[in-house]
Design a protein around this ligand. Structure first.
Ligand SMILES: O=C(O)CCC(=O)C(=O)O
Ligand SMILES: [Fe+2]
Length: 210
């Protein structure tokens, strides 16, 4: 057990009650800093690629919709700091299966960087005709993030909108087919780990990298 038991229960309760869950300190500051070092390493190696919006990427169109750079994570070969995060996500997946009967079989994850001026317009996290993504999870890695730095996650709920600051260690999860959301313009580099719990094994899904 790597996650405190009550936070697992809390996430499951929040998801059941409102289709989304917010967890502060899902990662400790030490864990966040170790993952940020991995980001810096991959940035130096130029491993990040412009993200697309569907299976057939059309980058001209994509630019008006999202401006982030991503790198898919191969769990087998991930750095130890990243494996700590993946271990927690795996534990969460197993817990949600036990308690919410979501039929989650696997998950896929990527690093994401939003450079200043970038955003991701309002969308749902499922490709058309593909219901594989059941739960979206996003963990933010931005130490010292201030109101005014932008990059909020805006969730469109039934009766209101909810804006969340992408502060270090916070995990947001939501039902991928239920909650439309967007990333507001970031004014500073914004780092996160984003992924999806799937209803089938990922196989070699991580090489889908655009
Ligand atoms: O980083 C975020 O807050 C959301 C990212 C997102 O919506 C996505 O990658 O699909
Ligand atoms: Fe999304």
């Amino acid at each position: 057990m790597i996650i405190k038991d009550n936070s697992l229960e809390d996430i499951a309760d929040q998801l059941a009650g409102q289709d989304y869950a917010i967890t502060e300190n899902f990662l400790t500051l030490e864990e966040v800093r170790a993952i940020v070092e991995v980001f810096e390493y991959h940035r130096k190696e130029d491993n990040f690629k412009r993200a697309g919006i569907g299976k057939q990427e059309d980058f001209t169109l994509d630019k008006q919709i999202r401006g982030d750079y991503i790198k898919w994570i191969d769990p087998e070969n991930a750095f130890p700091a990243v494996k700590v995060f993946l271990g927690k996500i795996n534990e969460l997946k197993d817990y949600l299966n036990m308690t919410c009967y979501l039929g989650l079989r696997d998950y896929e994850t990527h690093f994401a960087i939003y450079p200043p001026g970038s955003f991701y317009k309002r969308h749902l996290d499922q490709f058309q005709g593909d219901g594989a993504r059941r739960i979206t999870f996003i963990c933010y890695l931005n130490e010292g993030w201030q109101p005014g730095d932008g990059g909020e996650l805006r969730m469109y709920l039934k009766d209101r909108e909810e804006d969340l600051h992408p502060t270090a260690g916070k995990l947001v999860c939501f039902r991928s087919e239920m909650i439309e959301h967007e990333v507001l313009v970031a004014h500073k580099h914004r780092y996160s780990l984003t992924g999806w719990m799937l209803n089938h094994p990922v196989g070699l899904g991580f090489i889908k990298q655009p």
